[in-house]
Design a protein around this ligand. Structure first.
Ligand SMILES: Nc1ncnc2c1ncn2[C@@H]1O[C@H](COP(=O)(O)OP(=O)(O)O)[C@@H](O)[C@H]1O
Ligand SMILES: [Mg+2]
Length: 231
């Protein structure tokens, strides 16, 4: 296994074999890296918009890195390899296809159960993902294991006496599970049970609706406030 820390960021960038996303506006470069036969993925805001990079990117990197550290060892979450600076970090490469690219009706119930299990595990460790409604953030391996990427909008469980914080966390927990149903509707609508449909149509609590909106707005605010419109 490569000692990624010993390699300069410039050299890492020179070893990109594919671009998952090119930096623009508030988006980072997300690059597939191959170095001496080992694979990794670099997320790097160095070439995002200047003001966004200066003010917001370091906070996003902190937030995502903090979540990945907290979730180290959870199956279905890439391992953090190294943080190069305030803008760039390297993670384990997942050999999978984004759920947004997967053909309809190719997944079975077990896949969705596995995804719920991954969520159970990350919630137990005190992290909610908060951006699973974007299907690009769930990767699916050839043997149908779900992997969650992009923890930039994630939130952490609050201390025991912070009741408001804990309540908010619970809303995002619900929102994460709600995203599994959304994915099921998109990729395997025939598998939706009456209970699933009921949950989607009547979220159990007002809280879940708020959680969903908030999940979107965390990202919306950070993405749009400090960047030039690129479209
Ligand atoms: N660890 C990884 N392994 C393989 N592909 C990845 C990994 N992380 C990200 N990707 C790919 O790069 C895309 C963009 O990464 P993501 O972290 O979601 O960045 P963004 O914040 O720009 O949405 C993902 O949709 C996925 O296709
Ligand atoms: Mg993403």
């Amino acid at each position: 296994m490569i000692d990624w820390q010993s390699i300069d960021l410039d050299v890492i960038r020179q070893h990109a074999t594919a671009t998952h996303r090119k930096a623009h506006g508030s988006r980072p470069d997300v690059l597939q890296i191959r170095y001496e036969g080992d694979e990794a993925v670099l997320k790097d805001y160095t070439y995002s918009d200047t003001w966004f990079r200066r003010l917001i990117a370091p906070l996003l990197v902190l937030r995502e890195v903090r979540a990945l550290k907290q979730l180290n060892g959870v199956t279905g979450v890439p391992q953090l390899y190294f943080v190069y600076n305030r803008y760039a970090f390297l993670v384990e490469s997942v050999n999978g296809v984004a759920a947004s690219q997967v053909q309809k009706n190719t997944l079975d119930n077990e896949f969705f159960e596995r995804m719920k299990k991954v969520l159970d595990n990350i919630h137990e460790k005190g992290v909610t993902h908060c951006d699973l409604r974007s299907a690009g953030n769930t990767l699916i391996t050839p043997d149908h294991q779900p992997w969650l990427v992009d923890f930039v909008a994630s939130i952490h469980q609050s201390s025991r006496w912070n009741f408001v914080g804990r309540w908010i966390f619970d809303q995002f927990v619900e929102a994460d599970y709600g995203a599994v149903l959304k994915l099921k509707k998109r990729l395997a609508p025939d598998l939706l049970t009456d209970d699933d449909i009921d949950k989607m149509e009547h979220p159990r609590s007002i809280a879940e609706k708020i959680g969903r909106k908030a999940g979107r707005s965390v990202r919306y605010i950070t993405r749009n406030l400090f960047t030039k419109k690129t479209k």
